[in-house]
Design a protein around this ligand. Structure first.
Ligand SMILES: CC(=O)CC(=O)SCCNC(=O)CCNC(=O)[C@H](O)C(C)(C)COP(=O)(O)OP(=O)(O)OC[C@H]1O[C@@H](n2cnc3c(N)ncnc32)[C@H](O)[C@@H]1OP(=O)(O)O
Length: 479
């Protein structure tokens, strides 16, 4: 059975930061960010946005654009690594917003029999969700599933990850005889448990925190005086009896260059595994390559080693040697020259570049990056009048921790009509630019009021009073 992506929608925050502004503030050459990494703008979540509101907006838009009947949607699976709760799935918040939105037309609880769940494996969770849902669609008659990828990519201020940040969501409708992309059932998979990028629970000793503060205030505290001090506190935080406080931070612990190495190793293994199932000439058989993009130029930088091994058995390898000469003693310099060669630049321009454009304007969307890159390819092809019908797209997914999946799809005749309605780049050009001070305040959660308009689903409130609802989120209605 022919199954795959029938419709796409997305949500990108309405605020953005110009990369040149960030580069100037941080003292980083803008040329490095623009020409080295492909970064131009960064989507910034407003004070009232989170992964659940992004997901809700992408999901509602998919329903509105496609006039979907909720009774026909059997699954809503969401991939995220920015879950808003450790137990209640982010997907349930998005589903709740959608049900509110649909209630006038379909009555309450229109998704009562829909199977809803989150999947987490760093940036690859939504691809895992999609593979799972494609199997489910394939196994039945007229089954329809929605996969949402939604994330906030947030790093510490001044870190090497900061300029790669971004945010947003993409939702795809999966069904048989899809209008956009038919996805094959060969999946190259490679997994290894590594610690290249992760978001651990962090632990702090309650007494050490107070002793440290007391020392800073020129006082001294022993365990007994701490107990006396905290005995009658009104603070919910300090009245916590546990000795160890747990803190969760959105910002990951990571080793940038090591994470690149893990990405490179996993995709190489996944290419090999894919090739075992379906012998493939990746240069000839794949018209376009779409990657998980932690930053816009990551795919083109990381796939270079694979390209070199693919091309080495081809007649065009001679063109490379003519241009840059045989490899001499300085292997590093030769590889650098090969990565800047006309042959490689042509490969990037023809097969990768269209998928990078959205990432340059949004930044890393973690789970949603690969789906946004696919949409970028469709939108750029439409704008440039390239016909993608019957073209084969190779998709290369990666999640830190670590896993890669390599799979492929064939573009369907209906791709243009089904994706043109989105006007992604027009939409991105109407966002509100913010300055670095505002961005930093949003990053540090020093702003409680939203900067931009609240015309879509936004976070209204996190309950603080009612004991049995503490921490539960409520969202505004979609306008
Ligand atoms: C996080 C995920 O989403 C999961 C993953 O994919 S893990 C793999 C990616 N890891 C991450 O994204 C982790 C967070 N990010 C980082 O730590 C870092 O941003 C990074 C490791 C990804 C990049 O590190 P970096 O130090 O900023 O950049 P670096 O690797 O040195 O590359 C800079 C590029 O700019 C070029 N450059 C530097 N200065 C330049 C200038 N003035 N003009 C033009 N180009 C310049 C360099 O030559 C280099 O390009 P080439 O290698 O193609 O020549």
């Amino acid at each position: 059975m022919n199954v795959g992506i029938d419709a796409i929608s997305y949500y990108v925050p309405r605020l953005y930061l110009e990369m040149s502004d960030l580069a100037e503030r941080r003292g980083i050459p803008y040329e490095k960010l623009k020409f080295g990494l492909g970064l131009e703008q960064m989507a910034v979540p407003d004070a009232n946005e989170d992964a659940a509101s992004f997901a809700a907006n992408a999901l509602i838009r998919l329903f509105n654009d496609q006039q979907l009947d909720p009774a026909k949607i059997g699954r809503i699976y969401l991939g995220t690594e920015s879950a808003v709760d450790g137990s209640k799935p982010t997907a349930t918040y998005a589903m709740g917003s959608l049900e509110d939105h649909l209630s006038a037309q379909f009555g309450p609880r229109s998704l009562k029999h829909c199977d809803v769940v989150d999947m987490t494996f760093a940036c690859i969770g939504a691809v895992d969700a999609m593979q799972n849902c494609l199997d489910w669609v394939r196994a039945g008659q007229d089954r329809q599933a929605i996969v949402i990828a939604s994330d906030v990519s947030k790093y510490e201020l001044n870190s090497t990850g900061e300029y790669t940040q971004g945010a947003g969501a993409v939702a795809v409708l999966l069904r048989s005889n899809p209008r956009i992309l038919s996805i094959d059932d060969s999946w190259g998979v490679a997994t290894q448990s590594v610690g290249d990028f992760f978001k651990p629970r962090r632990y702090f000793d309650r007494n050490e925190l107070l002793e440290d503060m007391a020392a800073k205030l020129n006082g001294a505290m022993d365990a007994e005086s701490i107990e006396n001090l905290l005995g009658d506190t009104n603070s919910e935080f300090w009245s916590e009896k546990a000795q160890i406080f747990e803190l969760f931070k959105e910002e990951p612990v990571f080793d940038g260059q090591y994470s690149n190495q893990c990405y490179s190793d996993r995709i190489t293994e996944a290419f090999a595994h894919f090739n075992q199932q379906q012998p493939t000439d990746f240069l000839k058989d794949w018209d376009h390559l779409v990657f998980h993009l932690p930053y816009a130029y990551h795919g083109r930088r990381i796939v270079f080693d694979n390209w070199l091994s693919w091309i080495s058995s081809k007649p065009s390898y001679q063109d490379l040697l003519v241009e840059i000469g045989e490899q001499g003693e300085d292997k590093k310099a030769w590889l650098k020259a090969a990565s800047k060669s006309t042959l490689y630049k042509t490969f990037v321009k023809e097969k990768i570049a269209m998928g990078e454009v959205a990432s340059s304007a949004i930044g890393n969307m973690y789970t949603a990056s690969i789906f946004m890159s696919l949409l970028s390819l469709f939108q750029q092809a439409s704008l440039g009048d390239h016909d993608l019908s019957e073209k084969t797209i190779g998709l290369i997914a990666y999640g830190s921790g670590s896993k890669s999946k390599v799979f492929q799809g064939r573009v369907m005749e209906g791709w243009k009509t089904a994706t043109e309605i989105l006007s992604l780049f027009q939409d991105l050009s109407t966002r509100t630019r913010i300055d670095v001070d505002t961005y930093e305040k949003l990053h540090l959660r020093q702003l409680t009021e939203a900067v931009g308009p609240a015309d879509q689903v936004t976070l209204d409130k996190i309950e603080t009073e009612v004991e049995t609802r503490k921490g539960l989120r409520t969202y505004s209605q979609f306008q």
